[in-house]
Design a protein around this ligand. Structure first.
Ligand SMILES: Nc1nc2c(ncn2[C@@H]2O[C@H](COP(=O)(O)OP(=O)(O)OP(=O)(O)O)[C@@H](O)[C@H]2O)c(=O)[nH]1
Length: 254
C-alpha cells in the first residue's frame, strides 16, 4: 500500500500503529471494524457436500504487566517480526492468522494506575481471554512482584476458567539487558511452578523466536484444552470499552 493512499476502513487511521495493510487478515481490529472479532470459539463451517472444510478457531490472548516492561514490543515483535523501539500508548486488539485454522486475537493494553479504568476493564479481559501473557522486565523487581499479584487477581475473578482452560505464561522480558538483571530466572521458574503457570525469558529487542515460542506454546495448550464457548462479549462491546478509555485519556490530558 502506498503512503498516500487512504487506509481502508480504519476509523482512526492517524492513530493506528498497526503495521499491516488494511486489506490483510492481520490487522489492528480496534480501529478497523472489518475483521471479525467475535469471541465465539468456532466459526460454523460452510455447508458443503464434499470433504469437511476445516473450522477456523479464535484464540484470545491478553497481554498484561506494569509500565514499560515491553508488552507492546512483544506483541509487535510477534505480529511483524520487528522491534521498532518506541510504541504508542494505544489500547489495541490485534488479529493475526495462524495458518488456515486459527485466528489469534491479542489484546495489548498500556498499564494504567487509574484503578477505576483498570478494574472495569479487568473483568472484561478475563471474560474475553482464553490465555494470558503476563510480562515483567528482568531489570525491574517491582514489575515481577506485580505479576504475582496479577495471577492472584486473575484466578480470583469469577469468569476465570482454571489453569487448564485458561493457561497463563509468565514472561521475563529484556533478557538482552542481563547486566542490569535484578530478577533471577530461577525466581520466575519458581513462581510459575507454584502457580501452575508456564515460564519464559525473552528479548523482544533481539529475538523473534523466543517471543513466538511464548504465543505458540500458549495456543498449543489452548488447543489441548479444546476451547469451549464462553459468554460472548461482542465486538461492539469491546469498541465501546476502548472508546471509553480514549475519551478518558484525552480528557485527562487537558
Ligand atoms: N533492551 C530492551 N528494551 C526493550 C525490550 N522490550 C521493550 N523494550 C523497551 O522498553 C520500553 C517500553 O516498551 P513498551 O513495549 O512500550 O512497554 P509496555 O509494557 O507496552 O509499556 P506501556 O504501554 O507503557 O504499559 C521501550 O523503550 C522499548 O524499546 C527488550 O526486550 N529489550
Amino acid at each position: 500500500m502506498k503512503d498516500d493512499q487512504p487506509r481502508g476502513h480504519c476509523l482512526f487511521a492517524s492513530l493506528c500503529a498497526c503495521a499491516s495493510p488494511r486489506d490483510s487478515n492481520n490487522c489492528c481490529i480496534v480501529f478497523c471494524p472489518r475483521p471479525p472479532v467475535s469471541p465465539i470459539r468456532q466459526a460454523p463451517a460452510a455447508p458443503t457436500r464434499h470433504a469437511a472444510v476445516p473450522r477456523k478457531m479464535d484464540a484470545n490472548i491478553v497481554v498484561m504487566g506494569t509500565e514499560s516492561v515491553g508488552k507492546s514490543a512483544i506483541t509487535v515483535r510477534l505480529l511483524t517480526r520487528r522491534f521498532i523501539g518506541e510504541y504508542g500508548d494505544i489500547e489495541s486488539i490485534y488479529s493475526h492468522s495462524l495458518g488456515r485454522e486459527l485466528t489469534l486475537n491479542i489484546w495489548d493494553s498500556p498499564y494504567s494506575e487509574d484503578l477505576s479504568v483498570e478494574t472495569s476493564l479487568f473483568e472484561k479481559k478475563v471474560q474475553w481471554a482464553d490465555g494470558y501473557v503476563l510480562v515483567y522486565s528482568i531489570c525491574d523487581r517491582a514489575s515481577f512482584n506485580s505479576v504475582s499479584r496479577l495471577i492472584e487477581t486473575i484466578k480470583s475473578t469469577k469468569d476465570y476458567v482454571g489453569a487448564d482452560k485458561g493457561p497463563i505464561a509468565i514472561v521475563g522480558n529484556k533478557r538482552d539487558l542481563h547486566h542490569r538483571r535484578t530478577v533471577l530466572s530461577e525466581e520466575g521458574r519458581l513462581l510459575a511452578r507454584n502457580t501452575d503457570c508456564h515460564f519464559y525469558e525473552v528479548s523482544a529487542a533481539e529475538d523473534y523466536h523466543s517471543v513466538r515460542t511464548v504465543f505458540h506454546g500458549l495456543v498449543d495448550r489452548m488447543k489441548d484444552a479444546k476451547l469451549t464457548s464462553k459468554r460472548p462479549l461482542g465486538f461492539r462491546g469491546i469498541v465501546r470499552t476502548m472508546s471509553a478509555v480514549f475519551t478518558r485519556r484525552r480528557t485527562d490530558s487537558f
